[in-house]
Ligand binder design. Structure first.
Ligand SMILES: C=CC1=C(C)c2cc3[nH]c(cc4nc(cc5[nH]c(cc1n2)c(C)c5CCC(=O)O)C(CCC(=O)O)=C4C)c(C)c3C=C
Ligand SMILES: [Fe+2]
Ligand SMILES: [Fe+2]
Length: 377
């Protein structure tokens, strides 16, 4: 990917170890039942999510959030009334910080900026400013780039950083969908789950892997989002490293929440096909790097029940990466590469061009969108 606007490294303010603030982006989740409605309002009034004219958005977003509150509350009730995302992301931040601080010449501090619930960009940008870093690295915890996730977080960060008068040189990492270390770490987790499932299952029953990614409205992909293509790249990289010849596998999409047409096949349709084919399934979450409501409720409760009803002869689930040391090692590698790249928007070493989006690439236009957000702040 040709990514614009180089920002050359500057000498350290301290003259000693370079102080690098790493800001981990994630979506965020409610921390109590009463946070569910305002969290959903934040989500559905985001222009990256609800793509309608600006004057309608605050109204329509609140109506959609109001309608979504009941099913979301039921889901979070299963998890004790809150999302585990904040704690899990903070654990990832602490593990990454420990790895990075083993590097000579580097003093790293990892911060968390959630898009729709606390800690959000404004409070994190103020904390980063107070720490006075020599440079800032923005690290999405979404492996694949979508304007609805990484793009939205980066734009929100640019606004918040400008308001906090945080002027340290900043590098934004766009994605790491087929980074070798990430693919290796993910494949090891899938392989462990596969071996466990195979050991439990009747040897006569075939096992199919369902790589289940978060869905997106089809219109967002048609508008140029490289997300679906990058999900396919992740799956290809993981399958290559699994060492399971002729693996029966499919990429599918879960968590449809609006009535528009979403990209497919849906994970539910794939469960139906597995029931029809009488094959057991190993479901692998492939677009989230930590457990949250869509893995712990949708995959572990709802789809499991659905699979039973559909006559699927076995249902297994691979864990999300969370603070798996190999995954954290891959993040550390990404941080080292990105901060040394001399670019303000950085891809990872060996990233392949997205064939459809090249020339009109959302990563390339992200720099301009971040600049506009900064100017408007
Ligand atoms: C139009 C709506 C949505 C789009 C597009 C969307 C994209 C998207 N989301 C994730 C990852 C997560 N989503 C989470 C929660 C969540 N997402 C939506 C809607 C859209 N997401 C809603 C309404 C919610 C709230 C929960 C619910 O009502 O079901 C979460 C956090 C879950 C938690 O534990 O709190 C994550 C993470 C991706 C990767 C993505 C597009 C690529
Ligand atoms: Fe979502
Ligand atoms: Fe691209």
């Amino acid at each position: 990917m040709d990514l614009p606007t180089p920002s050359p490294p500057v000498p350290t303010a301290t003259g000693g170890r370079r102080r690098v603030a790493v800001v981990l982006f994630n979506l965020g989740g409610p921390d109590a039942p009463e946070s569910i409605r305002p969290f959903l309002v934040n989500l559905f009034t985001d222009p990256a999510i609800l793509r309608v004219p600006g004057f309608i958005r605050p109204w329509l977003g609140r109506i959609i959030a109001w309608r979504r509150t009941k099913p979301a509350t039921e889901n979070y009730a299963i998890l004790g009334g809150k999302s585990p995302l904040r704690e899990l992301t903070e654990e990832q931040a602490a593990a990454l910080e420990a790895q990075l601080n083993q590097d000579a010449g580097l003093e790293a501090k990892c911060f968390v900026a959630m898009r729709y619930w606390h800690p959000m960009s404004d409070e994190t940008a103020r904390a980063v400013k107070e720490w006075a870093p020599d440079e800032v690295l923005l690290l999405p915890l979404y492996p694949q780039f979508s304007t609805t996730t990484t793009g939205s977080s980066a734009i929100d960060w640019a606004r918040a950083a400008a308001r906090a008068k945080l002027e340290a040189p900043t590098t934004t990492l766009c994605c790491f969908h087929s980074h070798p270390g990430f693919a290796e770490a993910t494949a090891a987790l899938v392989r462990g789950a596969w071996d466990k499932a195979r050991a439990e299952l009747d040897p006569a029953i075939p096992l199919r892997v369902l790589f289940s990614a978060h869905g997106l409205p089809e219109s967002i992909v048609k508008a140029g989002d490289p997300y679906q293509w990058q999900v396919e790249q992740t799956v290809a990289g993981v399958v290559e490293r699994l060492g399971l010849p002729d693996l029966d596998h499919v990429v599918c999409f879960q968590s449809r929440v609006t009535p528009q047409k979403w990209i497919g096949p849906s994970t539910e349709d794939e469960l139906e096909r597995a029931g029809h084919d009488k094959v057991a399934v190993l479901v692998v979450p492939i677009a989230f790097t930590s457990e949250h409501s869509e893995t712990l409720v949708e995959l572990d409760v709802e789809y499991r029940e659905e699979a039973e009803k559909l006559g699927v002869p076995g249902y297994y689930r691979a864990p999300a990466q969370n603070s798996d040391p190999a995954f954290i090692g891959a993040l550390a590698d990404l941080v080292r590469h990105a901060r040394g790249s001399g670019r303000s928007l950085c891809s990872f070493a060996g990233a392949r061009q997205c064939p459809k989006q090249h020339g009109d690439c959302p990563h390339a236009t992200l720099a301009a969108a971040m600049q506009r957000a900064k100017e408007r702040a």
